[in-house]
Design a protein around this ligand. Sequence first.
Ligand code: 13P
Ligand code: SF4
Length: 407
Amino acid sequence: MPTTATSQLITSVPATGPATGPAAGPADRELPLLRLGRGADPQAERGVSCPGELPPQSDPALVRRAEEARARLGDRAFVLGHHYQRDEVIRFADVTGDSFKLARDAAAMPGAEYVIFCGVHFMAESADILTSDAQRVILPDLAAGCSMADMAGYDQVEECWETLGDLGIAETVVPVTYMNSSADIKAFTGRNGGTVCTSSNARRALTWALEQGTKILFLPDQHLGRNTAVLELGMSLDDCVVWDPRRPYGGNDPQALRRATMILWKGHCSVHGRFTAEGVTQVRRSIPGVNVIVHPECVHDVVLAADQIGSTEKIIATIERAPSGSAWAVGTELNLVQRLANDNPDKRIVFLDKTVCYCSTMNRIDLPHLVWAMESLADGRVVNQITVDPATAAQAKTALDQMLALP
Ligand code: 13P
Ligand code: SF4
């Protein structure tokens, strides 16, 4: 079973307030929540089996409370929603987007006292870095992390950089980190002359990086790095090596590191990594003429087998522009695919592979958590604030600003 049957699990948990922030108030006692560090949630482990269904809807009676809290907050709050969020949450978003658009939108709202981020932790960290000191970024559930971002630890990355230095190649290497990384990895990237990228600007980021140096250390998603280098920049698979942080020299021959143009961190998305080329073959068999569109976090074989590749924003735009009557198999997170199917009734839209799970961490943000966060803020209690320490934020901002300035 996947993770987020929060509303079922939480009722027996004493509502003793959030893991961080001030003491609990009335909203805490009334809302059934299991917040980070409170009680046990044995079903919230990563790597669980996936029935290919969305998590159950939260109590619809909470909608009215959410509307009231949102109205009380007014212009003091700005709610950002990533495309993978549940319908019950996304309906309260002032803007929706992929991670690039949301980073830009967060930076463009200097008037909002609270930026409520319905997404995952690395996105909220980036929003904190890009917003002013007076603004507070709130993540309604602190357990909304990203398993991919967790795959690149700061010490591991520093160790890799040191090894590349010992081999005499660090000065030719430009780090490029995917937005899906912690603030300290972004700071490492900024400090070493690199850039952040997202799935919608990875080609531009790699092109820029190869104008600054001759090699790229791409963190932490090997698949986005490989797919972009090979399919968009025309490199060969032999130009890429994978750096496994658990092995000496990342598991490579030092000569191979000297030869490679792309040093790809051994990280991946546990959701997109489950789509298979066999799944593409099967869907083509069952729906003749189907168009297959996948996110670039999918493995290289899947991307090769697909017709199109794109960020969540591009997937949405492509399907919205597609002719009526066309059929699409979509290889990305299930909430988005289901929403695309609902919003485009004139087209046939199916999930690429029924055995793939929704993103369990994205789905930690549910209506109870959003209501709790908004009611708390409206009552003057700041909960689940995400803050990046100033030194890390300054260096990470260099890399984020570089991304926002990419030609
Ligand atoms: P997008 O930048 O395409 O929204 O992707 C973010 C993400 O986490 C995909 O798994
Ligand atoms: Fe992270 Fe994958 Fe979830 Fe995106 S879909 S937030 S990369 S685990």
